[in-house]
Design a protein around this ligand. Structure first.
Ligand code: FES
Length: 77
């Protein structure tokens, strides 16, 4: 679910100066925070605390028994 070629600095490049783009944070049920830009998943961020590739999701939430509700946060410029 993560993009290993990306590093932490890339997170701040999601919206470099263009605040009109739609950024959405989808809190996946029992899984990561999916950061979407224009409906495309850009990053999957760990929220279970068990990732081996923090801050990104490594898929470890599936074997850790992590449970969480789903929700969505949308940011618009
Ligand atoms: S949410 Fe996937 S490893 Fe933490």
């Amino acid at each position: 679910m993560n993009k290993p070629d990306k590093d932490k600095k890339d997170i701040i490049k999601l919206n470099p100066g263009n605040i009109m783009e739609k950024i959405e944070f989808e809190f996946a049920k029992d899984g990561p925070i999916l950061v979407k830009k224009d409906a495309k998943v850009e990053y999957a961020l760990c929220r279970c605390g068990h990732s081996t590739k923090k801050p990104f999701c490594s898929g470890a939430h599936m074997s850790s028994g992590f449970k969480a509700d789903s929700s969505t946060l949308e940011l618009k410029g």
